[in-house]
Design a protein around this ligand. Sequence first.
Ligand code: WTA
Length: 658
Amino acid sequence: MAGKEIKVAGEENITSVLHEDRLFKPSEAFSSQAHVKSRQDYDRLYRKAEKDPEGFWGELAKDLHWFKPWEKVLQWKAPFAKWFVGGSINVSYNCLDRHLKTWRKNKAAIIWESEQGESRTLTFQTLHREVCKFANVLKDQGLKKGDRVVIYMPMIPELSIAMLACARIGATHSIIFGGFSASAIKDRINDAEAKLVVTADGGFRKGSVVTLKDKVDEALKETPSVERMIVVQRTQSPVTMQENRDFWWHDLMSTASADCKATPLNSEHPLFILYTSGTTGKPKGVVHTTAGYLLGTTVTSKWIFDLKDTDTYWCTADIGWITGHSYIIYGILSNGVTSLMYEGVPTYPHPGRFWEIVEKYRVNIFYTAPTAIRALTKFGEKWPKKYDLSSLRLLGTVGEPINPEAWMWYHRVIGKEQCPIVDTWWQTETGGIMITPLPGAIPTKPGSATLPFPGIAIDVVNREGKPVPADVGGYLVVKRPWPSMIRTVWRNPDRYKLTYWSDIPGVYFTGDGARRDKDGYVWVMGRVDDVINVSGHRLGTMEVESALVSHSKVAEAAVVGRPDEIKGTGIAAFVTLEGGQKPTEAFKKTLKAHVSKEIGAIARPDDIRFTDFLPKTRSGKIMRRLLRDIAAGRESVGDITTLEDYTVLAKLRQEDDA
Ligand code: WTA
């Protein structure tokens, strides 16, 4: 798509309808043991960072292990940042080796629970051993520093081993969520020009086998860069191994040496690429580098989750998303804390599964998504009540705004009114958490992510970049570079500039709308661009539209979000058909399946409506605002004077009533 990528919703007023003034203070018992103990402590840290951001981050970075210290904390040639210039460091060393010299050597690094209830524990020592072996496997396959490895795996320990092994030798990983289709895999592999793919025969989901290797096989028909595939045997599903291209993980590991020194890497060496949806049909490769990302995730993990050596920490995200990268693996292991990793979904084999696991491992810190909380609320309090949740001391949420009702349920039923809740706002691009309460210091309000993390300069502004007054909606921006920030879009610096640094002068634009209340608390209101957040997963409406029109019988499609009780946002598609195709229920099903095949099940539209015309402005732009109103069953209140054909609206509404 040509032209500007983000359409700042200039024609729409950002108005907030949420009014919530309950305030929850952390208990004295929690605050007194926390890393950051009071509002005064937070203010002190915040002011210190404002006065001298580089000094602030530089001091914290001294706690990491460096092969060679940096010469300069920040080199900023807007909008391109280099952090810890001249330094030499390794993320895998920081997550593993440095703990081996301490009593943590035999502490659990990863406790893995399968969907069926089997358990596997990897201590820092045994995880280190596996990572070294797989790093040697990668080297034996000819992988070199800077080569890209695509990882497409279920939530099993080998996924963590593979990513840490890449980090160890400086291969840049790109993890693709296991729910993506062959076509999505192909696009990502080709954009990253990956040399090697690590996958599994399949994975378990809700008791059945989901095959994975066959999807990679299909993708690999059109990915000239890939030379090798390594396959973990997880489900024993039948697979075809292509000679000289495909190798079993267990075969290669059986002869690999466990001796592999971590490669000293430049601070700015690309650690990983993670593809995320934008406002065009093509996902963008968000690039994160080594030292700044490690620092950001390490410090935020420690202060926000108040990590202690005695904690068992559980983040329920999939490692295929940024939350799993930063807060199952890198930030948690670098702090030497035990990270629980769960293979399955919250509701299988029963809706008490999460709480059963909390009880089984005496989990202390639990981090999940509002969509999971809403889904579990529906099954009632009887499920959490069956289990002993008394080990929990801190709860967290991420991925989308949490509605106050779900927040209160989480607080009351799961936290027993004893656990602070950290509602953490951040993005794939920010690498780490940006707006959040520090749990021992900041009283919380249900639905607000509260205040910026020390060192993070956020603001809520209008289109011209001027701060808006309290309780007025505006655009959420970041005013200063931060260590774990996106460095560029993979091989597309122009897109990086255009997407994040062009719409509002001089600042990083998040794509989110927000307001700040009179106490300075931030209330994130959701995306203002053409990205929708479905169950906490980002999807570009353009991606779904491209998938729809790739069907030969579809002439035109417009996709918008609409409110959904569980998912937060559901996907509504308005579709015009090619002549000859009848608008039948059966064809709706066909189209839903088509989108699943093109992108993955997460992008499957909830609603499809056939229409002869889409409402457009005279200049031909689809009027999404109107479609959003129709999809939500709202009366359109906005201006429709530029609408080309008023009858279109009436027709669409008739469809609604039908
Ligand atoms: C949304 C996930 C409100 C937001 C870490 C952001 C949130 C997008 C919150 C990033 C929150 C994330 N409150 N909205 N606590 N956390 N979001 O890249 O719209 O998958 O821009 O990163 O999720 O999604 P992403």
